[in-house]
Each structure stands twice: as structure tokens, then as C-alpha cells.
Write a protein that binds this ligand. Structure first.
Ligand SMILES: [Zn+2]
Length: 138
């Protein structure tokens, strides 16, 4: 057997990453584990399933393979450069969101300050409230 029955990755994918393919198909992606898992969920009952189990069970009932790690496995690391690139993009996206949230918080704090000083802004006036919401969004 040169392809994993569960994820479909082949022996050479594993040897390139210095990972043991035989260990992978025997310990990490043994198809029997998936069968046991389905049996376990059936025995446990729909009302007792946790979120992940419910997701897997729903997929199984709908004849969907979305819950199976087809062509992907956490046991086989991606190309390091690719992984680093993805990580940098994620950090940039998080950084942008943090900056955006910080700006929104600063605007909200400024509005609260102005409202608490009572400089003509009424938090209950609908038109002014809408206007302030627009400012926060920008
Ligand atoms: Zn696999």
C-alpha cells in the first residue's frame, strides 16, 4: 500500500518530510478508527454528541466526506516556506484587525468622553446616534 486510505497522501509525500508512512497508516489514519468513531457516535446518541462529533455525524448522515482529512493531514507538515508565508499573512491580517479595532475603541472612548462632558451630544437622539455609528465604522 503506497497511498493512505484516509487522506490519500502517498508514501513519497511522507518520505520527503522524513515521516514514516507505515506509522501514519497504522497509527494516525487507520480507517478502522473512523469506523469505530461512527459506531461510537451511533451508540452515544445524537443528543449526547459534542460539537465536533455532531459535525462528523451530520456529514456522515448526509453522505458528505467533508469531515475526513482528504488530501490533507496534520501529520504531514506543509512546505516550511509556504507555512511561514501563510503565517505572515495571518499575522498581517490580525494586525490590521487589531489596528481597526483600536481605532474604533479610540473613537468610542472619545464619544463617551464628549457625552459625559455633555457637549451637545445626546446618546438617545436617533439621528445623532446613527451619525456616530457611521463615524465608528469609518
Ligand atoms: Zn493519511
Amino acid at each position: 500500500m503506497n497511498n493512505c486510505f484516509v487522506c490519500g497522501r502517498n508514501r513519497s509525500d511522507f518520505s520527503k518530510k522524513s515521516k514514516n508512512f507505515d506509522d501514519h497508516i497504522e497509527k494516525e489514519h487507520d480507517p478502522w478508527y473512523y469506523l469505530y468513531f461512527l459506531y461510537y457516535m451511533k451508540q452515544k446518541g445524537l443528543d449526547e454528541l459534542n460539537g465536533l462529533e455532531y459535525y462528523a455525524w451530520s456529514n456522515y448522515v448526509d453522505k458528505s466526506t467533508a469531515f475526513l482529512p482528504i488530501s490533507g493531514t496534520m501529520y504531514l507538515p506543509e512546505n516550511e516556506a509556504e507555512e511561514l508565508d501563510n503565517l505572515e499573512k495571518t499575522i498581517e491580517a490580525i494586525d490590521k484587525r487589531v489596528t481597526s479595532v483600536s481605532q474604533s475603541v479610540a473613537k468610542i472612548e472619545e464619544l463617551i468622553e464628549r457625552i459625559s462632558k455633555g457637549d451637545g451630544i445626546s446618546p438617545v437622539h436617533p439621528q445623532k446616534s446613527e451619525k456616530k455609528l457611521k463615524i465608528v465604522k469609518n
